[in-house]
Design a protein around this ligand. Structure first.
Ligand code: SF4
Length: 254
């Protein structure tokens, strides 16, 4: 019996070490899963695991809260993350920046070249425009809000993140938001909006109304990079921002 207990301790330690840092789940091959199911009752205290762990259903990803980690501790975990292949090309992770208790969180899709180099979200010309939206438009300081991306590592050549990369990284965003507890999320651009809302609808169809991301009111607006290319659309983003301001001030309900 002692040898079985010792073996189980080793297996549990191995499984814990292989778990996704945010989700706490592991992938098993069908052969290993079948072998575990055949184990005698003496080892059945190990919870049965599914044969594989596909992209977690959206409502199940919510587990991210409850880890007991602080935002700084989560950032340290993300900095070491190798849960998807984007870790291979990054200079560093881009976790997020701003007020850890912000009422408003801007979420973009993924870091670009400058973000990857500086380790900060939304720098360069797009970042400057976002700063103008916050400071000149909303009359807030950039440090009053929180800014991050769904994906924490730069995709090579700024390609679109793949679905497996999004599902690997999204639990970090959920945990970030769970720790920050914003009143409003603003999705910047179609890629972020489609990921957060699990839809293929265009930015044009998604903006102009309120959505919910795991219970937090979410507004979609254009990405600053798009606004730099299409300045005529800025008035639409301003309309989106005004709706956000009303909710933050308690003047309207989402
Ligand atoms: S993109 Fe996210 S899940 Fe993938 S390695 Fe980077 S931090 Fe980890």
């Amino acid at each position: 019996m002692d040898s079985i207990d010792g073996l189980m301790d080793e297996i549990v330690a191995l499984v814990k070490g292989a778990a996704h840092p945010a989700r706490g789940t592991v992938s098993l091959s069908p052969e290993v899963a079948a072998a575990l199911e055949r184990c005698p009752s003496t080892v059945s205290t190990v919870p049965a695991a599914p044969p594989t762990v596909p992209a977690a259903p959206r409502e199940e990803v919510v587990d991210a809260g409850g880890s007991g980690r602080s935002l700084e501790e989560l950032a340290e975990v993300v900095a070491q993350c190798k849960a998807c292949e984007l870790c291979n090309g990054r200079t560093q992770t881009v976790f997020g920046s701003g007020n850890p208790h912000a009422d408003l969180v801007f979420v973009g899709e993924a870091p670009g070249e400058q973000e990857d180099l500086q380790g900060l979200p939304f720098v360069g010309r797009s970042g400057d425009l976002l700063t103008d939206i916050i400071e000149k438009g909303m009359k807030l300081r950039r440090d009053d809000v929180y800014i991050c991306n769904v994906i924490k590592c730069r995709p090579p050549d700024n390609r679109d993140p793949q679905s497996g990369e999004k599902s690997a990284c999204e639990p970090y965003l959920l945990e970030q938001l769970d720790l920050i507890q914003p009143k409003v999320i603003c999705a910047l651009g179609g890629h972020a909006a489609k990921t957060l809302l699990n839809t293929d609808e265009s930015t044009g169809r998604l903006r102009g109304r309120w959505h919910s991301y795991h219970g937090t009111p979410l507004r979609v607006t254009y990405h600053p990079a798009y606004l730099l290319r299409s300045p005529g659309e800025k008035k639409k983003t301003w309309a989106d921002i005004q709706e956000i301001i009303k909710v933050l001030r308690g003047e309207a309900a989402p």
